[in-house]
Ligand binder design. Structure first.
Ligand code: ADP
Ligand code: X2W
Length: 269
């Protein structure tokens, strides 16, 4: 019989790719289709994490709810949490899974409550109360690994679980990096952030000004110069934390990143 230690050793030699797709790419049918075609072609174990912030804002607006963001994170009141559950957990997640099934990729759609997979705690109230925003405290690696072993592709939405019947909204970039960090104990992990730009830009007005290699020193400098703002702030914070906690390689780019043919950003130590 295979012992747990042996199983772990076998997995350590296995590569795992965790890919996050941002909301602005999902909204565009053409970009989503290019991305999913490349995603299904990736060999080996893989996990997809999706955002959808823009769509949630749009649906909330239609329902007459105002959206407030701070440092790339949504201040999530009760109404906002309900919209998020419907949009991320339902509309986006189920459509992506259906498209993957059509491409003959056996995907399963999950939020953090499913399989007790992503456990979080309400973000502590400091200057701001983010409401139903959860910071991840635990990833159920054993459950996620068991899906991967069955060749099932988990597709996670940006919803975590508080453990006491409460769902929380969690930045999708954080979901991806925390899953990558946790599973790097068992697999050799690579993390990919796909969004609408070619990578981290040195000049926000020039889409070709991609920084090909980004280290922490340059990242801090670019924050001070206000070149890195908005959603890019939590995204890069997640990248460096992941790199310092066992994730082997991290890349940022557009819907074509998975082919790595066009310019993109690599996070380096
Ligand atoms: N230096 C930068 N390079 C690229 N994008 C940046 C930069 N600074 C801020 N951004 C913004 O960050 C956004 C990406 O973050 P976010 O909106 O969270 O992405 P996602 O679509 O993955 O959710 C880009 O759309 C861009 O407007
Ligand atoms: C707490 C928090 O901000 N959660 C995010 C989750 C979705 C997300 O991250 O979507 P994108 O990847 O498309 O930005 C939000 O509600 O906007």
């Amino acid at each position: 019989m295979f012992s747990i230690a042996n199983k772990k050793k076998v997995r350590m030699q296995q590569k795992l790719k965790i890919i996050k797709i941002g909301g602005k790419l999902i909204e565009n049918e053409q970009n989503l289709s290019v991305f999913l075609d490349d995603f299904v072609k990736l060999k080996g174990a893989k996990i997809l994490v999706h955002g959808g912030g823009n769509m949630a804002t749009e649906v909330a607006g239609k329902l007459g709810f105002e959206t407030k963001m701070l440092d790339g994170r949504r201040i999530t009141d009760k109404n906002s949490m309900e919209v998020i559950t419907m949009v991320y957990g339902g509309l986006i997640n189920k459509n992506i899974v259906a498209k993957l099934q059509h491409l003959e990729c056996n995907a399963i759609g999950l939020c953090g409550a499913d399989g007790n997979s992503i456990i979080s705690k309400k973000r502590p109230v400091k200057e701001v109360d983010f409401g139903y925003v959860g910071d991840i405290v635990k990833i159920n690696s054993a459950f996620i690994s068991s899906l991967l072993e069955q060749k099932i592709v988990p597709v996670f939405s940006a919803i975590s679980y508080g453990g006491e019947g409460q769902l929380f909204n969690t930045n999708a970039d954080s979901v991806a990096s925390e899953i990558a960090r946790a599973l790097s104990h068992d697999f050799e992990t690579e993390l990919y952030y796909c969004f609408e730009k070619k990578g981290v830009l040195a000049n926000a007005d020039d889409d070709e000004s991609v920084i090909e290699n980004l280290d922490r020193r340059k990242y801090k400098d670019l924050i001070e110069k206000k070149v890195i703002t908005d959603g890019m702030l939590p995204k890069l914070q997640n990248c460096f934390e992941a790199l310092e906690n066992g994730v082997e390689r991290i890349f940022l780019g557009n819907s074509e990143l998975l082919q790595k043919k066009s310019k993109h950003t690599k996070i380096i130590a």
